[in-house]
Design a protein around this ligand. Structure first.
Ligand code: NAD
Ligand code: WQD
Length: 334
């Protein structure tokens, strides 16, 4: 059933791809973002892709009154909550900024939601809530021992949502634990375009490939993994976006609090990722092995069975498609 959906953080990387998918499924979308890590220039691009204008409200999620006004004036049925800060290293240096934005922000949004009796809420959580693996693959029952303020902000919001769901049986809440989102829309018009030096590996590789950066530093080759480099479960951002549509459909028939891993179930090493990118971009990525990055985990990947069973969702796009779409986007940017 078509719904009217507020997407917080909607001009950001994952929010904008999700907006495309939901708009094309016939939902009415409203984007809400303070533009702290994105630009409203994306609105024209989204219109070009979807063929329709997407309403946008510039605002902070901590401005409860503005959120309430937006929910009322657009008659919103459901919220997908992407807005927040996401740089893990920065969260260690500025923990209060992360708690204020991610936790206070979520509380403000939830207070606004309650005033309008909206019951459906999807939260962008992260595999980082699990912390050091006690076993692999991570399933949703794995203990959550987030290791950084960023990760703890996600874990706390998940717990707030669980308490809220216990207090009100009408609520329908999904916490989606993303693994490593990468890639871009097939048009090459939207993708991940971080400000400054990328924290994450895929945009870094793309900037090396295009010649904006000299080489990739590989953070350690002495991990107990197949080739010694870190292993992650990379997920194409369009698969991830489709996971939100599946979650929305699931919540139509299910109340309560639910957590789902959104990942492919397969881990790839840094060297495997580099080689897949080289194949797709038909180039060589110069790289240098340096020491491990503080706080990195050797290896983790998802067990995606719960999402397959309950959401009827699984990833469709492989590592090469993640690299080729990133490359198409990077070429259009430059
Ligand atoms: P992004 O930075 O591109 O998007 C987040 C958006 O939220 C930005 O447009 C930013 O301007 C906006 N924003 C931040 N604080 C806000 C506030 N207080 N009020 C209104 N808008 C605000 O990040 P993304 O990669 O698209 O991530 C989206 C969500 O997914 C985040 O919650 C992130 O923590 C989560 N997540 C991301 C990843 C990843 O690797 N990209 C992995 C797991 C989870
Ligand atoms: C991937 C692999 C690095 C950069 C982070 C957050 C996580 C989630 C996704 C939000 C690792 C290696 C990286 C580089 C490298 N975000 N690497 N050289 O750290 O798995 O996850 O983003 O929720 O919470 O922690 O992603 O892309 O930084 O690293 O060798 O220049 O690439 O060591 O093995 P990570 P990443």
């Amino acid at each position: 059933m078509a719904e009217r959906i507020l997407i917080t953080g909607g001009t950001g990387y994952i929010g904008s791809h999700t907006a495309v998918v939901l708009s094309q499924l016939g939902h009415d979308i409203v984007l809400y973002d303070n533009l702290s890590n994105s630009s409203d220039a994306i609105l024209d691009v989204l219109q070009e892709i979807t063929g329709k204008p997407i309403p946008f409200v510039k605002g902070d999620i901590r401005d409860t009154d503005l959120v309430i006004h937006t929910l009322k004036s657009h008659n919103i049925d459901a919220i997908i909550h992407f807005a927040g800060l996401k740089a893990v290293g920065e969260s260690v240096e500025k923990p209060l900024d992360y708690f204020a934005n991610n936790i206070q922000g979520a509380i403000s949004l939830l207070k606004a939601l309650q005033t309008q009796s909206i019951n459906t809420f999807i939260f962008s959580s992260s595999a980082t809530v699990y912390g050091e693996p006690q076993y692999l693959p991570f399933d949703e029952e794995h203990p959550t021992n987030a290791l950084t303020p960023y990760g703890r902000s996600k874990k706390h919001v998940e717990e707030i949502l669980k308490d809220l769901a216990s207090s009100n049986p009408a609520l329908r809440i999904s916490c989606l634990r993303y693994f490593n989102p990468v890639g871009a829309h097939e048009s090459g018009l939207i993708g991940e375009n971080p400000k400054g030096k990328p924290n994450n590996i895929m945009p870094f590789i793309a900037q090396v490939a295009i010649g904006d950066r000299e080489e990739l530093c590989v953070f350690g080759d002495d991990y107990p993994t197949s080739d010694g480099t870190g292993v992650r479960d990379y997920i194409h951002v369009m698969d991830l976006a489709e996971g939100h549509a599946s979650s929305l459909a699931f919540l139509e028939n299910n109340t309560g609090w639910h957590a789902f891993n959104l990942g492919s179930g397969t881990g790839f090493s840094v060297l495997e990722l580099i080689h897949a990118f080289e194949e797709e971009a038909n180039c060589t990525i110069p790289y240098r092995i340096i020491g491990r990055r503080a706080g990195d985990i050797a290896e983790y990947y998802s067990n995606p069975d719960k999402a397959a069973k309950l959401l009827g969702w699984k990833t469709k796009r492989n590592l090469n498609e993640m690299c080729s779409s990133t490359w198409q986007f990077q070429k259009k940017l430059n």
